[in-house]
Design a protein around this ligand. Structure first.
Ligand code: FE2
Length: 243
């Protein structure tokens, strides 16, 4: 088993993920133990109530470089890739025009989140704007948005536009409640999902242990599907390939 995890909050001290370097290194050790061969450090970008905005630039690369060096010194084997979880808001156009967005592993794939109570109309408008700026939106955990609980089939429209979808391992396992679990099941069964990821924030509640997710997908859907969502499609994204 090999896993590539393209959504983690492992970069320390910049959002509500790893609170310090020690926590980050423990998370990375967990990743190694979970057969994760590569993971993207995707801090919340442009998200309110976070310690930093985490726009792409010198500061982000400096912090990532430090984490990579510390991880290497600690014997961590998982490769740490670049990325961000961009919160699409009123200033989205400015962020895209200024080059403050950063795709996963430097590719066209931009991990994009919305506020939980976002409307489908607002989603559509933001996704269109991102596409116009030559990024491919990878929508983070739509199964956790109220608008998708009401109308999960709306994801079809995003795929038709050229977007893709990431679901969170915890949702598949029912850790975010029944609504998210039902929506995740719908998205999986209707073949609307490109990848699954941990969205790991720390060592207790939202962790980067994806083995149980891999096993759950293998048992309840199929082993081939588990491999597609946790290795093959994440790898293709890292290579900037078309899904
Ligand atoms: Fe996240």
């Amino acid at each position: 088993m090999k896993i590539i995890d393209l959504h983690t909050h492992v970069l320390p001290g910049v959002d509500d993920g790893a609170d310090c370097l020690q926590t980050a290194l423990e998370m990375l050790k967990n990743a190694d133990a979970s057969h994760v061969i590569a993971l993207a450090a995707t801090p919340h970008c442009n998200c309110p109530n976070m310690p930093r905005s985490n726009f792409y630039g010198e500061e982000y690369m400096k912090r990532l470089g430090l984490l990579r060096r510390e991880a290497a010194a600690a014997g961590i084997e998982a490769k740490i890739l670049t990325g961000m979880e961009l919160r699409a808001g009123d200033n989205l156009k400015l962020i895209l025009e200024q080059g403050w967005a950063l795709g996963l592993n430097g590719t066209r794939y931009l991990l994009t989140e919305f506020r939980p109570d976002v409307s489908l109309a607002a989603c559509r408008e933001s996704l269109q704007l991102i596409l116009e700026h030559n990024y491919i939106p990878l929508v983070a955990h739509p199964e956790r948005y109220g608008a998708i609980w009401q109308n999960p089939a709306a994801v079809n429209e995003w795929l038709d536009m050229g977007c893709h979808v990431q679901i969170t391992g915890g949702s598949i396992l029912g850790k975010f409640g029944r609504d998210s679990w039902v929506a995740a099941d719908y998205l999986i069964k209707n073949d609307l999902v490109a990848i699954a990821a941990s969205d790991a924030h720390g060592l207790r509640y939202r962790t980067n242990n994806l083995i149980s997710v891999y096993d759950h997908l293998s048992i309840h859907y199929s082993p081939r599907y588990a491999k597609m969502l946790l290795l093959q499609n994440p790898y293709a994204i890292c290579q900037n390939e078309t899904l």
